[in-house]
Every structure is written in C-alpha cells, then in structure tokens.
Design a protein around this ligand. Structure first.
Ligand SMILES: Nc1ncnc2c1ncn2[C@@H]1O[C@H](COP(=O)(O)OP(=O)(O)O)[C@@H](O)[C@H]1O
Ligand SMILES: [Mg+2]
Length: 588
C-alpha cells in the first residue's frame, strides 16, 4: 500500500473534506438499510396481530425520510468526493510538471514527448478517478457490510454466521487476482503512452510525413500501436471482470445458504418470517458495495498503475543540481575556460576529449570545424546542460559545477542552433528572453535583430501569431526572433550557434552589424559555417573529431594550411564565382 501513502501527500489539507465525503457516503448507504427494517416491523405486527392506529403512517413518514436522506447522502457524497479529487489532481499536475521542468537534457532526449504527455496528463486523470471513486467506494465497501452484519447479528446471530460462510472467498479473490490486474493495467497504460507518442509525433512531423509521402507508414505505425493497446486492454478487461462474476456467485451462495437453513428454521417456527425477510433482503444488498468496488476495480487498478508511473517519474532525480556550497563569485570576471574537457553523451562513445581553450573576458572566440566535430556540444557544457566526465569548464575561474545553476544560466545568453518558438505572438516570443523588459527594450531588441523588417509587414505586426513551433514563419524569420530574444536577455556571456545559418546573405549582413554591437564588451562564442563571419574573431578554435585541431587568428590559420584554410579557400572561391556570375549577367 505504498501507493496510498504516497498519494496521501497529495490529499494534504483535505482530510476534513474526505471525512465529510465518507459521512455522506455512510448516510447514503445507511439510509438504504432502513426500508427492509420497516417492512419487517409490518410483518411483525401482522404475525402478532397487534397494530396501533397511525402506526403505518409513522412507517411511511420514516420511509420518506430515509429516501430524502439517501438522496442527500448520494449528492453530498458525489460532490465532495469530486472536490477532493480535483484538488488532488491539480496538486499532482502542478507537482509533476514542475518536476519534469527540473529534469536535465539527457532525460528528455531518451523519451518520446507523447509518452511524457500521457503521464503528465493521462495518468493524473486516472488518479483523479481513483480518489473520486475508489477511496469512498472502498470505505463504503468496508463500512456497509459491517453495519449490516451487526444488524443481522442483533436479529439472529446464528443465521448471521451462516450467511458469512462464503465471505473468506473474497479474500482469496483479492489475494490472487488483484496483483495480476495491477501488472496488466500497468502494461495497458504503457501501450497507451506509446500510442500517444506515435500520434503526437505524426502530428508534429506532419510536414515531413507529407513531403516524403510516408502517410501509409505513419498510419501503419499508429495502427500497430493502436492494435497493441487494444489487445492489451481487451485481455486485461477480461481478467478485470472475473472478480465481479465471482462476487455474484459468492453473494448467491450466501443467499442459497440462508434460504436453505433459514427457510427450514422458519418452517419449523424457530425463526420468524419477518427475520428471514430481512436476511434475504440484506444479503441481496450486503455484497453490493463489494461488487461495486470490484466493478470499479478497473478504475482502481488503472489508478494504481498510473500512480506507480507518476511516482516513478517523480523519483527520477536530476543529477544536475546545485552543489551544497555553490555560490556566485564576488566580482565575477566573464572568462570562459575549457580545461582538458572530456565528455560523452553515452558511456563508451566519447564526443569530446581533451578540449582546451580559453575565451578571455570581453573577447570573441569562434568555434569552427566540420559537422559533428562537437561545437554545439561544447557550448551546451557551459550552462551545464550536461556534466562533463573529465577536466573542467570554468567561468571566472570557478568550475561551473560549483556555481548555482540559476545564476549560471541567467548570465549566459544563447541563440540555439535549433530555434524553438512558442505558440503566441512575435512580441511574446521576444519578451520570453526577459519577461520584465520594458516595451522600449523589446522593440530595440527586435530592431537589432532585424525583426521589425518583416514584423511590420505582417498582419497584426508584432501581435502576429507564429503558430506552433513557429510554423507560420520562415526559417530566417524564426532565427531573427530567437536572436532578438537573446539580445533582450542581455547577459554578459553570449553564445551564438549558427545564429545566422538560415538567413540570406543580405539579411545576415544587417544582423551581423547589430550582432557586432551586441558582442561588444561581452564574452562571446560564435559558431558559424560561413567563415567570412568569423574572420574578425579574436581567436578561432578549430575542432575536429571532438578535440582542438588548430587555434589562432584568421591569418595564422590560413598560414597553417589546415581544415580552416582549405574551407576558407573553397568558400572564398564560391564567393568569387558568384560575383563573376553576377558581373556576367550585368554584361549581357
Ligand atoms: N544529445 C545527443 N546525444 C547523443 N549524441 C549526441 C547528442 N548531440 C550530439 N551528439 C553527437 O555528438 C557529436 C557532436 O555533435 P555536435 O556537438 O552537435 O556537433 P557540431 O555542432 O560540431 O556539428 C556528434 O557525433 C553527434 O552525433
Ligand atoms: Mg552544431
């Protein structure tokens, strides 16, 4: 029952409401016990032939009262159970999402988004269901039969004991079937998560799917995932219904025993007809709450499985956390230093080894090298998106692992290689860089990144919506917004990863101008494919195969005749060729 203990945390502050719920539940169920007792009284009067005038009137009045109580009980019970459940759901949702946000890059890379969403929303709903129905129903299942057994015991304890004979079978049932059900529902939720993942991917990747005409394959994948889910849930459902059936048999068995033994005793005149009547009616009802629990056993098992998955997720601890002694340096100097850094995303497959270079405060260092050399990886180590395996990354001479993460990240502004825009307006996406910025500051950042050039032509201007992930804008426009966002953040360390790769040469020239304004006085690391843009860097670091292959100024690297010199030749050649082509066109 560890899951109940853990779930309990999310019910904090709601114990009084839970109690009210259960009281209403007991009123509801208890009121249902009254009617048979009233009929029994009439039978007793009939047998004894002694009835006072107006007695039937009282019986009817009590009967009416009992049904009013039952109605009120049912309403209150349902209403309060759901208040408790929705509040707990809210708390769970918030806690879970806050937790997911705290998890490191590595965590997200190993999971399908849809799978996570299914946990963050779907599993939480299942838990809500359990709190709203499972907990109160289970309480009733325990209290109602107890109350009935006590009432029957008072009427006739021998008959009561006989009626209890089939009861132990219930425990056998719980013992055997329930654990298996839990495991099965766990796998059903897993299949559901995979299905959600497949559907989500098909939707977010719609453009690629269409461009490659891969709709049939996507359909097939979703068909397969859907079929696996269907088969799993059908199999589980078949097992889930077994307890309900068995309970009906147990209840029937109890009734048969009572009719056999009690009927005999009644015929012999040992037990009054009135008492037999109450036994038969109560036995029809005594298993009802238990059958009810077994019937919602599906929900309960689902909820337990979901709770397990939620808590498994909550148990994932980020390994990238503040060290206990982490504090920001006094008078920081914004030097970034890579000191013999080794790093691997996956154990045994090193990506960086012995990377060693320094970016002095206020200088601009360019990282160049072929695709896959490890440039992006280097930059993601500075804000501690990943922790390294050997050596040190230092800012202001302090190992980044000894700095508070929030402080560290607030002092680094990044234009990421993969632009991500949030559904919303252009304005909102820029303001994301520093939510407390004034309108004038946001506008200035937008101008600097040349966003104004296209924003003003869009219907709605800066209020134009970018679409999910920015689909309504061109790659270059998205990139300019992401540059504006980083300009706005205004941090002392600036990282530009292929910041201008998707803008045309002309726009790049314009942005380059504002970027050079931006980089002035800041410690900047630039990754660029167009080597013409890194010419003026204070230092150029050439990476190859995860290590530093060449360093120096533009002229020094040209002299060295390595990868940089070769690439520069090729690119300069292309530029000359383009120029020649243009002149040829003009001459024609
Ligand atoms: N998240 C990741 N998980 C595993 N491997 C990765 C990840 N990101 C990059 N890599 C690998 O690390 C190497 C360096 O990648 P990257 O730093 O992106 O190169 P660059 O930016 O120089 O093109 C590549 O071989 C790439 O496959
Ligand atoms: Mg890269």
């Amino acid at each position: 029952m560890t899951f109940l203990r853990r779930l309990h945390v999310f019910l904090r502050g709601q114990h009084h409401l839970m109690a009210v719920t259960i009281v209403f539940g007991i009123v509801f169920a208890g009121a249902g016990l009254i009617a048979p007792l009233l009929v029994r009284q009439i039978l007793v009067w009939h047998a004894e032939g002694t009835v006072e005038t107006g007695a039937l009137g009282i019986i009817i009045a009590v009967l009416v009262g009992s049904f009013v109580l039952r109605a009120a009980g049912r309403y209150g019970y349902g209403a309060f159970a759901h208040i408790v459940a929705y509040r707990a759901q809210h708390l769970l949702l918030v806690t879970l999402n806050r937790h997911i946000q705290s998890l490191p890059h590595r965590f997200f890379e190993n999971r399908r988004t849809g799978n996570l969403i299914s946990r963050a929303v779907g599993d939480v709903e299942a838990v809500e269901d359990f709190i709203a129905h499972g907990i109160p129903e289970a309480t009733l299942a325990a209290t109602i039969p107890t109350a009935m057994v006590i009432a029957l015991g008072i009427i006739n304890w021998q008959l009561m004991l006989i009626s209890l004979i089939p009861m132990p079978l219930i425990f056998l049932l719980t013992w055997f079937v329930m654990p298996r059900l839990r495991a099965r529902w766990g796998s059903v939720r897993q299949h559901m998560a995979e299905l959600t993942g497949a559907v989500a991917e098909g939707i977010s990747g719609f453009a690629v799917v269409k461009a490659f005409g891969r709709e049939p394959e996507r359909r097939a994948e979703i068909d397969r995932a859907g079929a696996r889910f269907r088969d799993a849930i059908v199999r589980t459902q078949a097992l889930t219904l077994i307890p309900v059936g068995v309970l009906e048999i147990i209840a029937g068995l109890g009734l048969v025993l009572i009719v056999a033994v009690g009927g005999n005793w009644t015929l012999e005149g040992i037990v009054p007809v009135a008492d037999l009547f109450v036994f038969v009616v109560y036995l029809g009802m005594i298993y009802q709450p238990i059958i009810q629990v077994a019937a919602i056993g599906e929900d309960i098992q689902k909820a337990i499985a979901s709770t397990d998955r939620i808590f498994a997720l909550l148990d994932v601890r980020s390994n990238i956390v503040d060290r206990p002694n982490a504090r920001p340096p006094k008078n920081p100097r914004w030097t970034v230093q890579f000191d013999q850094v080794d790093f691997a995303y996956d154990r045994g497959a090193p990506v960086l080894h012995g990377v060693d270079f320094t970016v002095p405060e206020g200088s601009l260092v360019a990282l160049v090298g072929p695709t896959g050399a490890g440039k992006t990886t280097c930059t993601s180590l500075i804000p501690r998106f990943y922790d390294i395996d050997g050596g040190a990354v230092r800012i202001s001479g302090v190992d980044v692992r000894d700095l508070p993460i929030a402080w560290l990240r607030s002092n680094i502004s990044m234009v990421l290689q993969d632009v991500f825009l949030f559904e919303g307006s252009i304005w909102d996406n820029i303001a994301f860089g520093r939510p407390e910025a004034t309108d004038a500051e946001i506008l200035a950042a937008a101008r600097a990144a040349n966003v104004d050039e296209f924003a003003e032509r869009l219907p709605g201007g800066y209020d134009a919506r970018v679409g999910e992930r920015g689909v309504r804008l061109s790659g270059g426009q998205q990139q300019r917004i992401s540059i504006a966002r980083s300009i706005l953040k205004d941090a002392p360390i600036l990282i530009l990863d292929e910041a201008t790769s998707s803008v045309d040469t002309e726009t790049e020239g314009l942005i380059q101008e504002s970027l050079s304004q931006l980089t002035k006085g800041r410690t900047t690391i630039v990754i660029a494919h167009r080597l013409s843009t890194v010419r003026s860097a204070d230092l150029i670091v050439g990476l190859a195969d995860g290590t530093v292959a060449e360093t120096g100024s533009h002229d020094e690297l040209l002299d060295q005749g390595g990868w940089y010199a070769r690439m520069y030749e090729i690119q300069a050649g292309t530029a000359r060729w383009r120029l020649g082509e243009q002149q040829a066109v003009q001459h024609a």
